[in-house]
Design a protein around this ligand. Structure first.
Ligand code: FAD
Length: 366
């Protein structure tokens, strides 16, 4: 693990700010990281992956999150695509797609549509089987990493109302990929809207577990995404704590370091506390995940919710501590402030997470 982290630190270097400003990650970097298995590190060695557990992959994800949330977002998408294939795909589909995803092919996952944001039961994309062909019609919005992806993992409905997950190569005729212009955060993550107009792919691109209910299929995929986002938020907090403590020790005002002023020290304490809380909920969720515990599902929602809220609050504290020193486009704290806010919206917004947690609490034995 430490050598993977060192490799990533070296490859990212001081380039994250530039990627944020330009809104673009270098494709050769993504392909290299993909080919090293680092973008979906939980994939087993038999499929060319690193075979890390959820905890090990989480630490790797947090490290990437501390360097660049755009890159971490691409990693989340790739990992979510791989997890979806692993859990919903058949044997031959796993063999094909997982090996591609650990060999430099990139993937994105599309659930959301214009009318289906928090309410994914409103998905309207249709997947129709015509003999040995599947035909996809519909649209997706805000698909992270889609601008870089070779494969789009698309959630839709079949004619009988059951769910379908289909892997669509991004160069298929009838598919248009339209970049989201100037997103407020994770700016280089390649978000795109997708338009499917009679897109035809071989029927064996429809994952074998399709036919189950759409909410069930979506839940499988989101469980990975939530864990990954939670660890990414921990990375944001670690980067903010490092930047804020370094600044508070070195910058002097009123004849002493900022850290010597109690109100600033209070901000630092709150920031470090946020980081520690996020770490514990992430570790808890991943450990349950690695044990195969049924409690992992709720622990994952909890981790994503707590880590995202703490990251948004922590990034705001760090921005306050750095003040003008951090108020520069692309600065680690300025990026964190914009990126962390989006983490409260995706993979189940804070409101959706709280409703799921409330349902869990209400179902507990008295
Ligand atoms: P809405 O559903 O319109 O909600 C607006 C607000 O109302 C939110 O605060 C929400 O929590 C609240 N709300 C809605 N319903 C309720 C309710 N019943 N009770 C209480 N509050 C409610 N989608 C993908 O499929 N794939 C991706 O890779 C992907 N990446 C994304 C990356 C970014 C940076 C962003 C911003 C979005 C991404 N999305 C992606 C879409 C994302 O999943 C949705 O934005 C998210 O589900 C929220 O949907 P919405 O934006 O339509 O908000």
């Amino acid at each position: 693990m430490p050598d993977h982290q060192a490799l990533l630190t070296g490859l990212v270097g001081d380039r994250a700010a530039g990627w944020d400003v330009s809104g673009e990650l270098p494709r050769d970097l993504l392909v290299r990281l993909g080919a090293e298995g680092l973008l979906c590190a939980e994939v087993e060695a038999g499929y060319g992956g690193l075979g890390l557990g959820s905890r090990g992959n989480g630490e790797l994800t947090a490290h990437v999150g501390s360097l660049c949330s755009s890159l971490r977002s691409v990693m989340t998408s790739q990992g979510m695509a791989a997890w979806t294939v692993l859990r919903i795909g058949g044997t031959a589909q796993r063999e094909t797609y997982l090996k591609e995803l650990t060999s430099g092919k990139l993937a994105a996952v599309g659930f959301s549509e214009r009318q289906a944001g928090s309410d994914l039961s409103a998905i309207r994309t249709r997947v129709r089987i015509e003999g040995d062909t599947a035909v996809v019609d519909g649209h997706k919005v805000w698909t992270t990493a889609a601008a870089y992806a070779d494969h789009l993992v698309v959630f839709g409905l079949q004619e009988d109302g059951s769910g379908a997950v289909v892997v669509v190569p991004s160069d298929t005729a009838g598919l248009r990929v339209e970049r989201v212009p100037n997103p407020s955060g994770c700016r280089a993550a390649g978000h795109a809207h997708l338009y499917f107009d009679g897109v035809r792919v071989p029927a064996d691109a429809v994952l074998a577990g399709s036919g189950a209910s759409l909410p069930m299929l979506v839940a499988v995929s989101l469980a990975y995404g939530r864990t990954s986002v939670a660890w990414g938020c921990l990375g944001i907090l670690r980067a903010c704590t490092a930047a804020a403590t370094a600044h508070a020790k070195s910058r002097e005002q009123f004849g002493q370091p900022l850290a010597g002023h109690q109100l600033v020290a209070g901000h630092l304490a709150d920031l470090w506390t946020a980081e520690q809380i996020a770490a514990r909920v992430c570790e808890h969720a991943s450990d349950l995940w690695d044990e195969g515990s049924p409690e992992a599902v709720t622990a994952t929602v909890l981790a994503k919710h707590v880590a995202a809220e703490r990251a948004a609050a922590g990034a705001a504290l760090a921005a306050q501590i750095l003040a003008s020193a951090g108020a520069i486009e692309g600065h680690v704290v300025e990026r964190a402030y914009r990126d962390a806010k989006l983490m409260e919206i995706i993979e189940g917004s804070s409101e959706m997470s709280r409703m799921m947690l409330a349902r869990h609490a209400l179902a507990l034995p008295a």
